[in-house]
Write a protein that binds this ligand. Structure first.
Ligand SMILES: CCC[C@@H](CC(=O)O)C(=O)C(=O)O
Ligand SMILES: [Zn+2]
Length: 331
C-alpha cells in the first residue's frame, strides 16, 4: 500500500458509485451564499469556521492521555459497514442479526482493538457522545470550539437545542451506510478525510428505509455499493451529491437528508477523527404551508407508521393493513 503524505488520502480508495451526480458546494463563512444554503436546508461544506480548530491537536496519543478513564462505545464489524441499529429493539427482535457488535471499553482497550485490526482485518469504530467524564484538557479544547459562530447559526435558523456532540474515531475503509437523522448536523472533520454522499429527502421512495419500528429505523435497506435492483428498483433513479471533507471542514447535513460517510485511506494519520454537532430541529410552524416539504412528508409517513403500529398493537401488521388500504384503491 502506498504511503501518502500526511493530510492526504488515496484517491484510488474511493469507490465509484453510479448514483453520484454532483459535488456539494464549498463556501467560506464570509460568503452570504453559505447562509442561504443552510436556510434552504441544502448541504454545504464550510471551509473556514474554525469550529473545532482547538481539536486539531487531537491524535490517538493526546486523546489517550486526556480523554479520561471513562468507557466508550466501540463498534466492531466483520465487513467495513457500520449500519446503526437500536440496541433495545434488537434485543426484542429475535430474528434480527446485528450488523455490527457494540462494546463498552476504555480508550486503552480501544487502542488495543485498533492494533488487532491491523492483523485481523476486522474494522472498528469508536462512536461516543462527549460527556463530562473527559479530562480537563479536552474540556478546555471543547470550550474553545467556535461556539460564537455555531450558536449564531443555531439562533438564526431557529434550531432547537444542541442535543449532543458525537466523537467519531474510525479506520480507513469504515462506512456508515445510507441513513437519515431527525436532527440538524454540523459535521466537523478533525483528522483524516471522509467522503460524504448525500441524497435529498424527496428520494425517500428510492432509498427504501426499514420500517419505523425496525431496529434499523431511518437506515436505507439499499447497499449502494451493490444494490439489489430486484428488491429496490427505484434506487436506479437515486442521485447523490458528494463532498470529501478534510481537517477543518464542516459539512452541514440538513435534517432528513440521507447520507453515507466513508473514511478514506491514508497512512498518516491511520484513523479519521470527527465531531458532529446535532441540533434538534426547528419547532413546527404555527401555520403549515402547503404543499408539504419533503421533510414534512417523511415526518407524516413516520407518524402514520407509528400510529398504525400502536392502533394494531403489532408493528408486524402495519404492512398488511397499508396494502389493504392502498392496493386497487389509491394506485
Ligand atoms: C453515528 C454517526 C456517524 C456519522 C457518520 C460518520 O462519521 O461515520 C453520522 O451519520 C452523523 O454524524 O450523522
Ligand atoms: Zn447520520
Amino acid at each position: 500500500m502506498a504511503v501518502f503524505a500526511s493530510g492526504s488520502y488515496d484517491p484510488d480508495s474511493i469507490t465509484k458509485y453510479s448514483s453520484i451526480t454532483e459535488q456539494i458546494p464549498r463556501r467560506s463563512i464570509q460568503d452570504p451564499e453559505t447562509y442561504q444554503l443552510i436556510k434552504d436546508s441544502k448541504p454545504v461544506v464550510i471551509t473556514d469556521t474554525n469550529l473545532v480548530t482547538s481539536a486539531s491537536k487531537w491524535d490517538l496519543e493526546y486523546l489517550n492521555k486526556n480523554l479520561g478513564d471513562g468507557l466508550f462505545y466501540v463498534y466492531t464489524s466483520n465487513d467495513n459497514r457500520f449500519k446503526y441499529f437500536d440496541n433495545k429493539r434488537a434485543e426484542k427482535c429475535k430474528s434480527f442479526v446485528t450488523p455490527s457488535e457494540r462494546h463498552h471499553v476504555t480508550f486503552l482497550q480501544f487502542l488495543q482493538m485498533l492494533k488487532r485490526c491491523a492483523r485481523t482485518k476486522e474494522k472498528v469504530y469508536l462512536q461516543q457522545t462527549l460527556n463530562d467524564s473527559v479530562g480537563t484538557n479536552i474540556v478546555t479544547d471543547f470550550l474553545q470550539f467556535n461556539w460564537d459562530w455555531v450558536n449564531k447559526c443555531q439562533a438564526a435558523y431557529g434550531w432547537g437545542s444542541l442535543s449532543s456532540n458525537l466523537l467519531l474515531i474510525g479506520l480507513e475503509g469504515n462506512i456508515t451506510p445510507v441513513h437519515y437523522d431527525e436532527q440538524e448536523n454540523f459535521f466537523a472533520q478533525i483528522s483524516g478525510h471522509k467522503r460524504c454522499l448525500l441524497f435529498s429527502p424527496d428520494q425517500f421512495d428510492c432509498l427504501y428505509p426499514h420500517p419505523v419500528a425496525h431496529p434499523c429505523d431511518r437506515q436505507s435497506q439499499v447497499n449502494i455499493a451493490n444494490p439489489d435492483y430486484k428488491k429496490f428498483p427505484r434506487f436506479r433513479n437515486a442521485h447523490a451529491t458528494e463532498a470529501i471533507v478534510g481537517p477543518g471542514d464542516v459539512l452541514y447535513i440538513p435534517m432528513y437528508w440521507w447520507h453515507q460517510i466513508e473514511s478514506l485511506s491514508s497512512r498518516i494519520p491511520p484513523v479519521t477523527i470527527s465531531v458532529n454537532f446535532w441540533y434538534r430541529g426547528t419547532p413546527l410552524p404555527d401555520v403549515i404551508q402547503y404543499p408539504l416539504s419533503p421533510q414534512q412528508r417523511v415526518s407524516v409517513m413516520r407518524n402514520v407508521e407509528k400510529m398504525l403500529a400502536a392502533a394494531l398493537g403489532d408493528a408486524e401488521k402495519v404492512g398488511e393493513l397499508l396494502r389493504t388500504m392502498v392496493e386497487g384503491r389509491y394506485t
